[in-house]
Design a protein around this ligand. Sequence first.
Ligand SMILES: *Cc1c(COP(=O)(O)O)cnc(C)c1O
Length: 409
Amino acid sequence: MPTAATEATGLDRFSLPDAGGHFGRYGGVFVPETLMTALSELGAAYEVARKDEAFQAELRHHLKEFAGRPTELYFAERLTAHCGGAKIYLKREDLLHTGAHKINNALGQALLARRMGKKRVIAETGAGQHGVATAAVCAKFGFECVVYMGAVDMERQALNVFRMRLMGAEVRGVEAGQKTLKEAINEAMRDWVTNVRGTHYILGSALGSHPYPMMVRDFHRMIGRETKEQILAREGRLPDEMIACVGGGSNAIGFFFEFLEEAGVRLVGVEAGGRGITRGDHAARFEGGKLGVLQGCKTYILQNPDGQIELTHSVSAGLDYAAIGPEHAFYRDRKRIDYAYACDDEVLETFQLCSRLEGIIPALESTHALVHGLKRAKQMRRDELLVINLSGRGDKDVNQVAKILGVKL
Ligand SMILES: *Cc1c(COP(=O)(O)O)cnc(C)c1O
């Protein structure tokens, strides 16, 4: 039966995806035949686990004890005063173990892998955040762990490579193509095809073939669930607007999901505008991207007229990817979630501003949400509420920012 909210927005968030993994015309399963069985086994195992109270209770236990949930909803008093408009709250995913929301999904999938009897885990990583989260859960549960990472990324994020190795993961450099995330995903898929029986692939965002976009979303849904409880307890009402950055889309969809049917809450995803919206200089898929298939999934993709994947750029490695999660494409068509972008120079400025005013160094990815959030706060009234998802902390980024600012460490 539709609730008042579904009548208001005309949406039923639980009806998606369909059995084939489609969010309207997006999503689905586009993989070699050798992986079809693995994906349907994974889908079946997940369907049982998600309804199993024992599984959910164990996951909640580890999320609390190992990851540090629930995370705080923090009133950013000085950023609010600085903007002079809406009251700004930050959802503090940056306080989680390993530094970002990614640990939510890594824990969920690790428990599922154990349930499926897998002994070996593989993952892809770009900046290294998902690799570090995966290495941590593999150490904790005693899985053999292999992380694929582009050779260029390994050089840029040498500290994260060392972290993963400290926690017992084998990091394999990928030398193909641009030597970054896209190539790392290709290698991980190749490994999975070969070793599928004993291996689980922990994909790091709400992307790829079904059931990943749905499963990864579900493993992040507590972000929004906690936010709803916390804002109701603090303010006695729902926020007027919520903003999150969008790489593949996992922190954003986890943050938004609980609010999709709340017609009064405006939801905005922020993509990477890079050096500006010209070909090859950004990663804003909704600014010139077209429908296509990349790495198992039909969605908006930055591609040239021949369908070749466009080069992308962002100051934040975590947002630097040519495709966006299929659920985002669906809700954009339905006009339920709006999308904006933030550019590198604004991000660098706001990175410093948030550090100086709040004593919180945000991840460059999360700073994209802050850039747009501060613009919006200035346009909103003082009695309005704005919640920004701070998906991760910026410790990993300080070397890079110092270098860009010309500071010698
Ligand atoms: C990886 C990452 C992102 C981007 O991934 P999503 O799947 O879009 O959430 C955003 N913020 C941080 C801190 C990250 O590490």
